[in-house]
Design a protein around this ligand. Structure first.
Ligand code: TRH
Length: 368
């Protein structure tokens, strides 16, 4: 089994690229005994997720993973046996040239989507136009004919232990909120403020703070601050580490998540969630949302499914109705049974890191 893997991560914007790459790198190192070098172009952004990272060092080892700065003057000593190009980030030309001398297993890791076409594209090879190299497209996904979802081996056990030890308040509904700043925050918070039940809304520091500040008509908000209106109390949290963010999701009655990685973590939390897909042109994100809901909702009663579906669409389109929050809040107990069940069912699938390992092994055997 190849021991040396290079993962290349270019941080386009936000945290999803590094969030996924770091999670994968750690899991390969911890659970599969792989030596991973993670090349990252923007260390200061990575540092927000990895507080132990020194953004000035060209190379360092963190949690069993070597993190190397992918600088403009990119320099490397050797080509790894397995090379993961995350999200079509385009490898440095010098590295590709060196790969041609001793071809590694070269994988393009793609974004997660529940759309049906993913199955047909998963594991499709793509020969290099000039060099004797072949890249394979690897698609994560929700079915057995895709590359699966990132999930650490003991994740659900840790979650269960945590949830059993954490007593939810009977009084206040506990909500975490992570979304793109264009979301209809004002209508959401207004709905929460008018709820029959108290709502505690926990918001990690992010670009959401500005719309939240506008809603409360207050001075700029910082971690540790609270604002109250009607039944709603908002608490601003610092931007927390990935493990702490998991625990936050596990501890809430409802999680608003976005993009790719927080979405998967909300699924594993087994608690109701609202996913806001990364905004794309021509409503591509709405197509992705519909594809996911089509896979995820079956099994729910029609009325609950309709409520949850409508809320998701309105949230993704950034236009909630004043009554949307109330309707969703009423449906939460039924949704919760479903999210517990779905996490269990999806966990029966082989996780993405294990599927990568199997693919690499099969690929190498086929080359002998
Ligand atoms: O930040 P995102 O919007 O990332 C997006 C998506 O991945 C999208 O697909 C991609 O095209 C775009 O980036 C470039 O959302 P995402 O994917 O949920 O990543 C957020 C990461 O931040 C995730 O790993 C969870 C983590 N996180 C923390 O560690 N602490 C926190 O406090 C919060 C709020 C998030």
């Amino acid at each position: 089994m190849p021991k040396q893997w290079d993962i290349f991560c270019r941080i386009v914007d936000n945290f999803g690229d590094i969030g996924v790459c770091w999670r994968l790198a750690r899991q390969l190192a911890h659970e599969h005994g792989v030596r991973v070098r993670l090349w990252v172009d923007d260390l200061p952004v990575a540092q927000r997720l990895l507080p132990g990272l020194d953004a000035h060092l060209p190379q360092q080892v963190l949690d069993g993973v070597t993190i190397a700065h992918w600088a403009n003057d990119f320099a490397f000593d050797s080509v790894a046996e397995v090379v993961i190009e995350a999200f079509a980030c385009e490898l440095p030309e010098a590295y590709v040239q060196a790969m041609a001398a001793k071809p590694p297993v070269w994988i393009n890791l793609d974004y997660l989507s529940a759309e049906p076409w993913v199955e047909a594209f998963h594991l499709q090879p793509s020969p290099h136009p000039r060099l004797p190299l072949k890249k394979t497209f690897f698609f994560p996904g929700f079915t057995d004919r895709t590359g699966g979802l990132l999930r650490e081996r003991d994740l659900l056990t840790h979650r269960d232990d945590y949830q059993q030890s954490f007593t939810l308040s009977e009084q206040a509904l506990r909500v975490s909120l992570f979304a793109y700043p264009q979301a209809d925050i004002a209508t959401l918070l207004a709905g929460m403020a008018e709820s029959e039940r108290q709502v505690l809304c926990l918001i990690p520091e992010s670009s959401l703070l500005e719309p939240v500040r506008r809603f409360f008509n207050s001075a700029p908000l910082q971690a540790g601050e609270q604002r109250t209106q009607g039944a709603l109390t908002v608490t601003i949290l610092p931007f927390i580490s990935q493990p702490d963010y998991d625990r936050l999701l596990w501890s809430c009655d409802l999680n608003f998540v976005r993009g790719e990685d927080s979405w998967i973590r909300a699924i594993w939390a087994g608690r109701p969630f609202v996913w806001q897909p990364y905004l794309q042109d021509e409503d591509t994100h709405i197509t992705k949302l519909e594809a996911f809901l089509e896979r995820y909702l079956p099994g729910l009663g029609t009325e609950t499914a309709n409520t949850w579906h409508a809320f998701h669409l309105a949230w993704a389109r950034m236009q909630l109705a004043p009554t949307s929050w109330n309707q969703l809040a009423k449906a939460l107990p039924a949704i919760r049974q479903h999210t517990v069940q779905q996490a269990q069912t999806l966990a029966e699938q082989a996780d993405m890191a294990s599927q990568l390992i199997i693919f690499v092994r099969n690929f190498q055997q086929s080359q002998v």
